[in-house]
Structure formats: structure tokens, C-alpha cells
Design a protein around this ligand. Sequence first.
Ligand code: C5P
Length: 289
Amino acid sequence: MFTLKAPAKINLTLEVLEKRKDGYHEITSIIQTISLADILEFQPAEKFVFHCDNSEWKAEKSLVSRAAILFASNTDARCGARINIQKKIPLSAGLGGESSAAAITLVGLNHLLHTELLPGDLYHLAEQLGSDVPFFLTGGTALVSGRGEKVSPLPSLPHHWVILLVPPEMETPGKTEKMYSLLKPIYFTSGLITDSFISSLTLGKMKTLPELYNVFDEVAGEMFERIEWHKEQFYLAGAKSVNMAGSGPVLFSLEEDESRAEQITQRLSERGLKAILTHTLDSNGHDFI
Ligand code: C5P
């Protein structure tokens, strides 16, 4: 038996360049893993069994069970596995929890079942599960492009505290697809915001954090009724800049100073809002616990 962490992510930039003929959108995005993580425990078992401590998580709807089925059908592994999940990442939040758990399921099964799939084989399975899944095989700071499946590692973002504000939205089935469908061509950009962020990262001249950008901030109000109110609360609590995580509705703000980050988190909590203090990760490895 062993456990692995499946970290959440935030998008430091997320630009849509165009709509593709296959229905997907061509994106360019810098993604960053953070310390908030689900914990997946892998045990040998005769067949696949999934258990999660959050009763709203349903195995049959989850990418974790799809990842296990895909893994089994692409290897000659005979046995199954019991996967116990401690859910720390809010569901359907824009933090990539499902995609991360699916990627880590592939990594964990490969270890548990001694199938010795190579990184390229795992990547091939991951990209079939969802556009965001391949990124989580490595994590850290990376540029993703294509529909999100092309991943190029970047130098680590200098350590930042990440304050998350989790609005009490109801789960919206097909949310990512709906958010993409709200994007009109006027919201498409050239990729320059991402290029300029990469220049600051690679030239190592990041004295102040470059502009963060998420195209979904433009249409968030059409999907999440109270998102502007939540952003306002974040600014009132002292945040300097607030962006949505992926397709939302979680909001985040970055802070270099720990005591400021704690203060903002505390102020949000005092107003009865769900705030989580976490931080950026710089390692590319998987945390075996
Ligand atoms: O790849 P994934 O299954 O996560 O995508 C869910 C949906 O989001 C897709 O069916 C598509 O409608 C939309 N999408 C998109 N462009 C992307 C990624 C996702 O339009 N780059």
C-alpha cells in the first residue's frame, strides 16, 4: 500500500487563440500546481474498487474510474486495485482536481501493478482522458498549448502564497464545455500575455509578478451569478489582484508575503466565506507519502 498526492492547479495565464474545426479551442496557458492536494491511497485488490471521503464524489462519474478502466484495457495487468481518495480539492471548482486525480491514478496503478509503462505511454493515456490531464503527470510550472494536452515545462515560478476563495456554487454539469461555448471571438487573444509571462520567468527578472490573465474572467458573470460580489469581497479583504481558477468558480490571489496572505485569508473567513491558504509548488516529482 502507498499513497500519492494529486495537487490542484491554477492558471497564471489562460488565453484562447481561436476556435478549432474539431470543436475544441486552441489555447495557450501557463499552469502552476499548488500545495492543496487530494490524497490517493493505492492497495492491491482483485478488482477495481473506489472509495472517497466526500459523499458528493461519485466513482461512476469520475475521471478516476475512467482512468483505471483505460489503464486496464491498455495493459495486460490482470489484477485490480482499491483506490481510497481523501478529497481536499473542492469539486468542479476550476482547480483541476478531477484531472489531477486521474493522472495520479495512472501513475499509481503503473507503480502498484508493476506494468512499467513509460512516461510517453502514460501521456498517451492521459490525453485521452481530458485536455488538462497530461499536465498533472509532471506538474510544477508549465506552458500548455493545443487543446491543453501539449505540455512544456517552464522554470518554476518563485514561491508565492495562493489564497483561494471558494464560492458556494452548485455543481454545474458540463461546466467547462459551457464556459468555452460562452467565448465569442472578441475574447480571443494573440498569446502575447503568455509570451511576456514566459519571458519574465525564463530571463529570471521577475521582480514583480507579471500580469495574470484568464479569458474565462470575461464571461464568468454569465455563468456564476455572484462571482463579481465574491471578487469584491476578495479586494475588500486586501487582495491586490484577483483571478478565476480555470473555468471557475474558485477565485485566487497571489501574495509574496506570508503574513499578508494569512491576514487576507482570515478576513475572508471572518466574513463567513470559504477561504483556503495554499502555496505554489516547484517540484516536478510525485510525492510518495
Ligand atoms: O478535454 P475536456 O474533456 O476536459 O474538455 C471538456 C470540453 O471543454 C470539451 O468537450 C470542449 O467542449 C471544451 N474544450 C474546448 N477547448 C479546449 C478544452 C476543452 O472547447 N481547449
